[in-house]
Design a protein around this ligand. Structure first.
Ligand code: SF4
Length: 562
């Protein structure tokens, strides 16, 4: 089956047109496709919330197949947070459904002149209609209404109040397999862009569409799917993720010789309360309370998403991730796990990036808006975001916005985007990725956690990791499948009946990164934007074998892509 439908939704004229994807895009999907289309179709100097801005939505190249974790969806846009190119991809049930309907991309442009709209897509076609009854509502309520019991055929992508108010840390919530809005395309403010279009919800129903997509070599593809699944299931990393989720790293990163547990607005790298928010503690609570590990999309055999219940066995949140726990938890000195889970749920409901908001609240604490460790105060701030009060708009505007408002000079951002949990002073490869990724501070842009390697080696590792992640985000599989370029090449070969090898995969990835960098160049970025904030070079963390600050030279940072 061909996946080549491009749906163009013009919110200004209330019209939807359809075209076939051009041949040059045939082997692009996910992030590489949205980055390329963004570059080709958008003037990089526009305001990201203007009618001229576009939101690109694309399943991965391998979307709809039986390859485990292959149902991710990319959202590409000019970011209101960074002012540059952005792609946020997400699990959940949307990607496979789009692919099964033959949709390669949806392009949302313009701004609604008729109030809030919803977009429904199914085998009959695509339609815009009034979403007046959905306006002002939060994500849990929305997904209950829009998806309801139709778990096997429907998925929604919605914005909560933060997106409606066009806040730069607003996310887009995608339905998980239990019908909840717990998977978020979060980084860079895609919810604000969708809000600026006047689009409250997209609902996709794939009833009547083929269940599994394959090409002419479907028997070979099936064999490769089985082989790869076996490798994934036997990988010790899978066992760990399936037991503790990504929270399983907390005990490790909180060690004195790692110091990658952001604490007090990244002032420290360890936190005394870390055991209370660790994967092990969450697992123990889960055994008492009926918690479990879930797949975030149908077909994932890893199942790393933590479902967290309260002491009465009632659902609080799902997909409680390390990054969310670290930024909302230790970075604000908030614990234990119950408190962090509640904040995570609030972010999901209001439609917020937990990393950006955890950083923003940390800066607000540094400014004395609320004290360190003030869980109730943090909840109040999030409710202010929901209500779009002036203080709520400041917090929802992101980390740098809070710092500017309150006159804070220790600002944990790169290219305007809040730092993830992985500490760039002790894990310098992460600092190289944060500096040089066109995406800004983004741990998913290229994980390099090696310690003790030379800066030259780390530069090479970061470049390779960034290329592999571009490939992973473009074929649309999850990074936790640990798919290598050679694995992706085998799948693309058998899905599309071509002769791709690992070098073809990496070449596609390099072209994607080049498209992102070119967009940023046209938007006004230069080499000085590929830098960490100065305080990460000046403030060392006290490791047992000596203090460590970020000390990779500017020349080496410039060498990553030159
Ligand atoms: S491994 Fe985790 S994040 Fe990845 S697809 Fe599965 S549940 Fe989702």
């Amino acid at each position: 089956m061909e996946i080549d439908r491009i749906l163009r939704v013009d919110m200004s004229t209330n019209t939807i047109t359809e075209e076939r994807a051009p041949k040059r895009h045939a082997l692009l999907g996910g992030r590489a496709l949205t980055a390329t289309m963004l570059l080709e179709e958008t003037d990089a100097r526009i305001h990201p919330l203007s009618p001229e801005a576009k939101l690109f939505i694309a399943p991965g190249l391998l979307g709809g197949t039986a390859i485990t974790t292959s149902g991710r969806t990319s959202f590409g846009f000019k970011s209101p947070l960074t002012g540059g190119t952005k792609e946020a991809n997400v699990g959940g049930q949307l990607g496979h459904r789009l692919a099964r309907l033959g949709i390669k991309a949806i392009v949302i442009s313009g701004t609604s002149a008729n109030g809030w709209q919803r977009l429904d897509i199914d085998a009959e076609g695509a339609r815009l209609s009034s979403a007046a009854s959905l306006a002002g509502r939060s994500n849990y309520d929305l997904h209950r209404e829009l998806v309801g019991e139709a778990l096997m055929s429907r998925a929604a992508a919605t914005i909560g109040p933060a997106g409606e108010h066009r806040m730069a840390s607003a996310s887009i919530a995608v339905t998980d397999p239990e019908g909840r809005p717990t998977r978020h395309a979060a980084r860079g403010g895609p919810g604000a862009v969708m809000g600026a279009k006047g689009l409250k919800a997209i609902v996709v129903d794939d009833t009547g569409a083929p269940r599994v997509i394959a090409g002419d070599r479907k028997d070979e593809l099936r064999q490769e799917v089985v082989k790869f699944s076996k490798v994934v299931l036997e990988d010790p990393r899978t066992h760990n993720l399936n037991r503790y989720g990504t929270a399983g790293v907390i005990k490790f990163v909180n060690r004195e010789n790692v110091q990658s547990m952001p604490t007090r607005n990244h002032r420290l790298g360890t936190w005394a309360g870390a055991d209370g928010i660790s994967g092990q503690q969450i697992e123990a609570l889960g055994k008492e309370r009926g918690g479990k590990m879930l797949p975030c999309m149908a077909g994932c055999i890893i199942k790393c998403a933590i479902l967290f219940n309260d002491e009465h066995g009632q659902h609080v949140t799902s997909a409680l991730e390390f990054e969310s726990i670290a930024l909302l938890g230790s970075n604000c000195e908030i614990g234990p796990a119950d408190a962090v889970a509640e904040l995570d749920r609030l972010c999901d409901d209001i439609g917020l990036d937990t990393i950006e908001v955890g950083n923003a609240v940390g800066v607000a604490m540094e400014a004395g808006v609320i004290p360190w460790g003030d869980f109730e105060g943090a909840k109040r701030l999030l409710e202010e975001v929901r209500a779009a009060t002036p203080l709520g708009r400041i917090v929802g505007g992101g980390t740098a916005h809070v710092a500017r408002t309150f006159g804070i000079d220790r600002v944990p951002v790169v290219k305007g985007q809040g730092l993830p949990a992985w500490e760039p002073r002790t894990l310098k490869g992460m600092g190289i990725t944060y500096s040089t990724s066109p995406q800004g501070a983004d741990h998913t842009a290229g994980m390099v956690t090696a310690r003790g390697a030379t800066a030259d080696t780390l530069v090479k590792q970061s470049r390779h990791a960034q290329l592999v992640m571009m490939a992973i985000d473009s074929v649309g599989v999850c990074q936790f499948s640990n798919a290598l370029p050679a694995d992706m090449a085998v799948f693309v070969r058998n899905r599309f009946d071509n002769d791709w090898d690992d070098q073809a995969v990496l070449a596609m990835a390099r072209a994607g990164i080049d498209a992102e960098r070119e967009f940023n160049r046209r938007a006004g970025f230069d080499r000085e934007d590929d830098r960490l904030p100065r305080w990460l070079l000046d403030e060392a963390l006290p490791l047992p074998d000596g203090p460590q600050a970020f000390d990779v030279s500017d020349d080496l940072l410039d060498a990553v892509w030159s």
